[in-house]
Design a protein around this ligand. Sequence first.
Ligand SMILES: Nc1ncnc2c1ncn2[C@@H]1O[C@H](COP(=O)(O)OP(=O)(O)O)[C@@H](O)[C@H]1O
Ligand SMILES: Nc1ccn([C@@H]2O[C@H](COP(=O)(O)O)[C@@H](O)[C@H]2O)c(=O)n1
Length: 560
Amino acid sequence: MAEGGILVSHKQVDTNKHVTIMEAAMKSSCTSSDSSVHELVSRSGSGEGSPPLIKKGRRNRTISGSKSEDHMLYTESGKKVYTKGRPPWYDRQGKALKKPYVIGICGGSASGKTTVAHRIIELLDMPWVTVLSMDSFYKVLNEEQHELATKNDYNFDHPSAFDFDLLYETLKRLRHGKSVDVPVYDFTRHQRDKNSKVMYGADVLIFEGILAFHRSDINEMMDLKVFVDTDSDTRLARRLERDIEERGREICGVMEQYLRFVKPAFDSFIAPGMKLADVIVPRGGENEVAIELIVRQVKNQLAERGYDPSKNLQQRQELAHAEFPMVLPSSLHIIEDTPQVRGLHTVIRNKKTSRDEFIFYSERLMRILIENAMNFVPYEDYEVETPTGQKYMGKRKCKNLCGVAIMRAGETLEKSLRSVIKDCKMGKILIQTNEKTMEPELYFLRLPKNIHQYKILLMDATVATGAAAMMAIRILLDHDVLEENIILLSLLMAETGVHSLAYAFPKVRLVTTAVDAHLNEQFHVIPGIGNFGDRYFGTETINPCEVDDDEDDDVLENGY
Ligand SMILES: Nc1ncnc2c1ncn2[C@@H]1O[C@H](COP(=O)(O)OP(=O)(O)O)[C@@H](O)[C@H]1O
Ligand SMILES: Nc1ccn([C@@H]2O[C@H](COP(=O)(O)O)[C@@H](O)[C@H]2O)c(=O)n1
């Protein structure tokens, strides 16, 4: 599999449908060369079918944003944990339901901070946890400092080695559920990788590092401060093994660095942190009793804040069947119901329409939709000279337009968008509904850099409950896109989805070619189009009982 693609482990995604979608994600390319790709699907380091397991006592590389490509891990019980965060559900205002619970973990180098973080995640048994490591905030070294570092002559244990301001801002944003760009640190080269990682806030946010308690404004953000207190001989023994095995060091270099910098810094800057801790964990990751107590405390605190994952599905069901006002919101624009538009709807809604016809006519409708949506894009005055040498005072559309497709059905609008806006920048968001919890989950994200500077044409083929669109909008807002800069385009919307979206995001412009009144028990739009993606991509499973062999009944009967 090509570097940069998504590896799908059988245990993570086990239906053919999911695999198809992932493959589609891999194949589809983004025109923009400066796009940043954020894959939220685990790359299983050990190959097919073997998701990364949490092992007691060994550093699991999936845990630290700075130490690996993975951001999803499996606990020993096989549960999936997203270590890059993003709680999947929002309230009717589109806000995350609660602030993340922040756990700070401090302790000497190789004391077992990461191991303790793993055990906490495992016992917490929650699907969304963000783990931030201080390693990501090592300052960028100049040439001279880099030279010193390669000779073990640079003090990486002194507070001045860290960019605390960046760390503070990062934690602040994560606490507000905003996206952050976290540097990825490479210990073998003493420098940041060229690629950073995008993370989101989550229900629980764990922050670990040798100087985690060094700055009081950072400490104030923590709900629980844990100090991992491991005997210094043990720490040295573990560090020797780890630095030689994982960080490409020589034994004498590790010893020299330890005696010159690591040990004195522990005494001066790290050990005093013990006094600030709420809980001290002697012996680190093997101290099950202490870790269980921490987990119990976190669970109690979360319950007190009203954390109840079972409520998410309940809220969604309530929302789908809620009574909404008769009047459709003013942020909604339904294009004119001309005979042409109705004719196109008739073809694509007809279950007998062949795939070829479905693609052809739905693409015609898409172009009409996009042309209409262009009326909501800003234009500025622009004067040109005509071939007769006269001036013509015209208009020119704003340059910063970006299409973002909600995969997979939303991707079908990309071609039509490009036929209207040549060379339009494109992004993609893959959101899948978890079949157990019925919650939308974010799997894949690719957005152009500086997305907040763009006016976004967010595209989905149909909107039913609005849950996926709501999550996509929330993600854009987390990337600092302004709500008023988002236009959601869809061929068909259900009234429920329209009301939910307009209620949560009143400044988002909704543009569609039709609104249907109902949703059925499976949250499908009624009368609807059916599963748009399946019909367009030809992935629907045909029920032989429903095959109609009356060949005369072709789409031309609809007037096309
Ligand atoms: N209880 C333990 N028994 C044996 N090895 C351990 C134990 N805890 C941690 N280690 C090992 O020690 C090293 C440092 O542990 P880690 O949790 O990464 O510490 P830190 O995050 O504090 O640097 C890792 O290689 C890890 O596998
Ligand atoms: N380029 C670097 C940067 C840091 N270190 C050492 O890493 C230790 C912190 O990481 P832990 O996982 O052990 O918490 C710290 O003690 C630094 O000395 C390094 O060796 N090289």
